[in-house]
Design a protein around this ligand. Structure first.
Ligand SMILES: O=C[C@H](O)COP(=O)(O)O
Length: 337
């Protein structure tokens, strides 16, 4: 296992912002579902657990470059509020934070240019407020659709919800898959569902939420990842944040290796979004190390990697402040807090 070189995140000014508008990658050409191939997909659980346990994580991130890694992490956050008591006012405050996630004096002290989060992620009803608040910034609005988080509303309404979210201005749609298709091994049904959702998204990017905490086995996670990619998902995402188990390293390794296998088979790069429970700057660094080592630098950009997180930004800001002043302050509070 090779460590991340000291130059990994240099220069400090390369925060990935130039990639934000480049979300419109070539469309997934789609491919027929090969059930024989899917049936042969395995996940070597003990190898995955071993690899997760020995991840170098922060040890590979040299202290001098931590601020640059953390700045990069900010540009990769889908800054999220998904609560029953969301209001347009809360969403506007969240969008203000997405536009200026770090105090300008901290950025100056670190020699960093202005940066923004990768996107803002909200429920369908909050899309108009987010779109208005982010107008002219280039920050996309992601909507969770298809009866989030359970995905058990009538099928035609789930498709309709996607269309309505796109019409309201969402540039990215986070769909939830029907877990029962995975649990019953009905890969054709999962493929057909994903194809319908992909089609309903039109020009919007689609992230497939697998809700891995409800899929039972890593083998199921690997197979569901591949089926969703074959059916046109631009990203695969671990969790809604509402399952009892959300993003974990073993699940992430499984999904990342499915992405690698899919790229090797098709030449097509699919993005990855771990979500749910990622709230510490040090966790973000572990994920960035993982992406760099398993998939390479392309997956350290917003068009191929996002954190789904509601409170990660606050901790990163505290760490950056500590980096500059040597002291912690109360830092930023999420509008939900
Ligand atoms: O997709 C995003 C997740 O719902 C956020 O989860 P979190 O609140 O645990 O960060």
């Amino acid at each position: 296992m090779s460590p991340i070189p000291d130059t990994a995140m240099k220069p400090l000014h390369d925060t990935g912002q130039d990639h934000l508008p480049q979300l419109h990658r070539p469309r997934n050409p789609g491919m027929a579902l090969d059930l024989d191939w899917i049936a042969r997909v395995q996940a070597n659980t003990s190898a995955i657990e071993r690899r997760a346990a020995t991840l170098p994580g922060r040890r590979t991130v040299k202290k001098d470059h931590q601020a640059a890694w953390l700045a990069r992490a900010i540009t990769l956050i889908d800054l999220t509020t998904l609560a029953g008591d969301d209001t347009p006012g809360r969403v506007r405050r969240l969008c203000a934070k997405a536009r200026q996630p770090v105090r300008p004096d901290l950025l100056d002290a670190l020699g960093l240019p202005p940066l923004t989060t990768g996107a803002v992620c909200v429920y369908h009803e909050m899309v108009p407020a987010a779109v208005a608040a982010l107008a002219g910034t280039g920050i996309p609005v992601a909507a969770v659709s298809t009866g989030f988080p359970a995905g058990l509303s009538p099928y035609h309404l789930r498709v309709k919800e996607i269309e309505e979210s796109v019409k309201a201005g969402a540039a990215e749609i986070d769909i939830v898959i029907s877990r029962r298709h995975v649990l019953t091994g009905n890969w054709q049904a999962l493929y057909d569902e994903m194809r319908d959702f992909r089609a309903a998204c039109g020009e919007a990017h689609v992230k497939a939420i697998l809700a891995t905490g409800e899929l039972g086995t890593l083998k199921n996670v690997a197979r569901a990842s591949l089926v969703c990619m074959m059916a046109g998902a631009d990203f695969i995402k671990t969790s809604t944040g509402k399952e009892s188990v959300n993003a974990t390293l073993p699940v992430s390794l499984t999904m990342i290796r499915a992405i690698r296998a899919y790229e090797q088979a098709t030449g097509h790069k699919v993005g990855y979004k771990p979500a749910g429970g990622i709230s510490k700057a040090k966790d973000a660094l572990v994920y960035l190390s993982l992406m760099k080592e398993e998939l390479g630098d392309d997956w350290l950009r917003p068009d191929l990697f996002r954190f789904g997180a509601s409170s990660l930004l606050g901790d990163i800001e505290r760490q950056l402040e500590h980096h500059v002043t040597g002291a912690y302050s109360a830092g930023w509070r999420h509008p939900m807090a």
